[in-house]
Design a binder for this molecule. Structure first.
Ligand code: ATP
Ligand code: MG
Length: 566
């Protein structure tokens, strides 16, 4: 156990690498890669893969490549490439000179395909996509061979060349590996290697109208880059025989090993890019960087730090079995980080006016407030106190129930860093009966919030001085989904049926202490008693906008306690 009490969970991939280094399997080299397809923004699941690949490379003095797996021009764009690069950097990783694109290998990949054809290991099939599906068979039934399977090598070479030259329409022909239509592994039943897509590519433009499939491009890209450990998620386990088949048949110089690990699933979240894109395109969220999205761009805007995300990825470990990680753990990690770094300030989200009737009309006092009571090195600041204040509406009850210890008529409470006050009168809107103002008295002998005669109060409230405070908009975020696993469609409902209608509550007339004037977008604060917030970069707003990163209630700490108690 480390001095912080944190034991890193086991990581079987690290163990494999250690063994490979001992046996000098790859000449002592470690080369990993993170291979995103630029068809969306990165999400917290990708962060797990990034931390793993870059982390292992760093740990063993190796390199980690950033490779764009850009073989499907219909969904890819430069916007996604740029966002991915900036997100990887933001997370704290550096690919150095090792930035690659599968599309840079198109010529080489074409040559490899020609080589397979010449070896009699690939053929041009002219069945339609639907027929190919039909012929493939099922898990219990073997597939059938295509009538085009035994075309001569010459005919295959000619057709493949003409596919490339643009002589055929989309879907008329494909190139397939010639393996085994009766294989128990469906991936080995003559998988498609190339298809015709007469679509311009964001990097290669109109140069190509045939594009390699993932299974063909991926293993060969790994081989070209001399990757040692090709780490991917479990759903590719059944593709591994094909990965190895292609590299063996082509007799390549460099044959990496594919290792699979369990992808991250997080409760109350969806992680598939297709689903995230749907949320963006159909306007359920404001964009890829909506603070409710599990994307790195969304988490950053929400106020998550790279440190917290890396810490989370370390804690969840690397396993061979899929599981659903509790989002409370992610929230715990950001709380732990912000607790150390976020200065405390006072902000009133739903203001209720308070007039201190015995406080001199034009007097203003500057009271000393600690920036972080847990870390005195963060210093202190002055907060102005005056006759008219705001407190939180929910900190007052006219008829308090038994368990309510905050302000009520005739009751005394402490104002943080200021004075004891007692509520002496309640002013209501004549028409609606709504409480609109409290009249209170203060005890000048309690300056700073302490009592000279040992008199106890049961509550300490945050507050701001009305004339000095600034207006702000505060956006309160909650889980995007109501169901722990919205993607499990056992109930027959689309994942969007489980969207949380209250995932965003916008409060427009909040009041924050004046020290927040000019707060920099992205900076973090703890609003006392409310949670952690960060300044939103929304420049369309004239007032300050704060996003709630997370509340102060740590449900994970509770879960851990019960686990330890068992
Ligand atoms: P999605 O399923 O969201 O569309 P993907 O796997 O198609 O994701 P890629 O861009 O191909 O997205 O992913 C790049 C890398 O990130 C791959 O190596 C993939 O295995 C890994 N990855 C994707 N999602 C997760 C996840 N939830 N947990 C861990 N690794 C992931
Ligand atoms: Mg993928």
């Amino acid at each position: 156990m480390s001095p912080t009490g944190f034991t890193p969970p086991p990581n079987f991939i690290r163990d494999i690498i250690i063994k490979d280094l001992e046996t000098n399997k790859y000449g002592g080299r470690v080369a990993t890669r993170f291979p995103p397809e630029p068809n969306g923004y990165l999400h917290i699941g990708h962060a797990k893969s990034i931390c793993l690949n870059f982390g292992l490379a760093a740990e063993f003095g190796g390199v980690c490549h950033l490779r764009f797996d850009d073989t499907d021009p219909t969904k890819e764009s430069i916007e996604y490439v740029e966002s991915i690069k900036s997100d990887v950097r933001w997370l704290g990783f550096d690919w150095g000179d090792h930035l690659y694109y599968a599309s840079d290998y198109f010529e080489k990949l074409y040559d490899y395909a020609v080589q397979l054809i010449k070896k009699g290991k690939a053929y041009v099939d002219s069945l339609s996509a639907e027929e190919i599906r039909e012929y493939r068979g099922t898990l219990t039934e073997p597939g059938r061979e295509s009538p085009y399977r035994n075309r001569s090598i010459e005919e295959n070479l000619d057709l493949f060349r003409r596919m490339r030259a643009g002589e055929f329409e989309d879907g008329t022909h494909v190139l397939r590996a010639k393996i085994d239509m009766a294989s128990p592994n469906l991936n080995m039943r003559d998988p498609v290697l190339y298809r015709i897509r007469r679509v311009p590519h964001y990097r290669t433009g109109d140069k190509w109208c045939i594009y390699p499939m993932y299974d063909f491009a991926h293993c060969l890209s790994d081989s070209i880059e001399r990757i040692t450990h090709s780490i991917c998620t479990l759903e590719f386990e059944n593709n591994r025989p094909l990965y190895d088949w292609i590299l063996n048949e082509l007799n390549v110089e460099w044959h990496p090993q594919q290792i699979e690990f369990a992808r991250l699933n997080l409760s109350y979240t969806v992680m598939s890019k297709r689903k995230l894109l749907e949320l963006v395109e159909q306007g359920y969220v404001t964009g890829w960087d909506d603070p409710r999205m599990p994307t790195l761009a969304g988490l950053r805007r929400r106020g998550y730090t790279p440190e917290a995300i890396r810490n989370f990825c370390e804690r969840i470990g690397v396993a061979k079995r899929d599981s659903l990680v509790d989002i409370a753990l992610l929230e715990h990690c950001i709380r732990e980080d912000l607790n150390k770094r976020a200065p405390r300030v006072m902000a009133v989200l739903r203001p209720l006016r308070v007039v201190i009737v015995n406080y001199p009309e034009n007097q203003v006092e500057e009271l000393e407030a600690l920036n972080n009571p847990e870390d005195l090195s963060m210093g202190s600041r002055k907060v102005p106190f005056s006759r008219v204040l705001y407190i939180e509406r929910e900190d007052f009850r006219e008829n308090p129930p038994k368990e309510f210890f905050r302000l009520a008529p005739g009751r005394e409470v402490r104002l943080r860093y200021a004075y004891y006050i007692t509520c002496v009168d309640v002013i209501k809107d004549e028409r609606t009966g709504e409480v609109i103002e409290l009249r209170c008295t203060y005890d000048p002998k309690t300056r700073g919030g302490g009592s000279p005669d040992g008199r106890k109060v049961k509550a300490t409230l945050h507050w701001v001085s009305a004339p000095h405070s600034l207006e702000a908009e505060v956006r309160l975020y909650d889980h995007l989904f109501l169901k722990p696993n919205p993607s499990d469609e056992e109930d027959g409902l689309d994942f969007k049926a489980h969207l949380n209608p209250n995932s965003l509550i916008t409060l427009k007339s909040c009041r924050v202490e004046p020290s927040l004037a000019g707060a920099v977008p992205g900076s973090h604060y703890q609003f006392e008693r409310q949670g952690y917030f960060c300044v939103d970069p929304d420049s369309s707003s004239k007032t300050l906008v704060f996003n709630r990163t997370v509340t102060l209630r740590d449900s994970w700490a509770k879960i851990e306690k019960t686990l330890q108690g068992k």
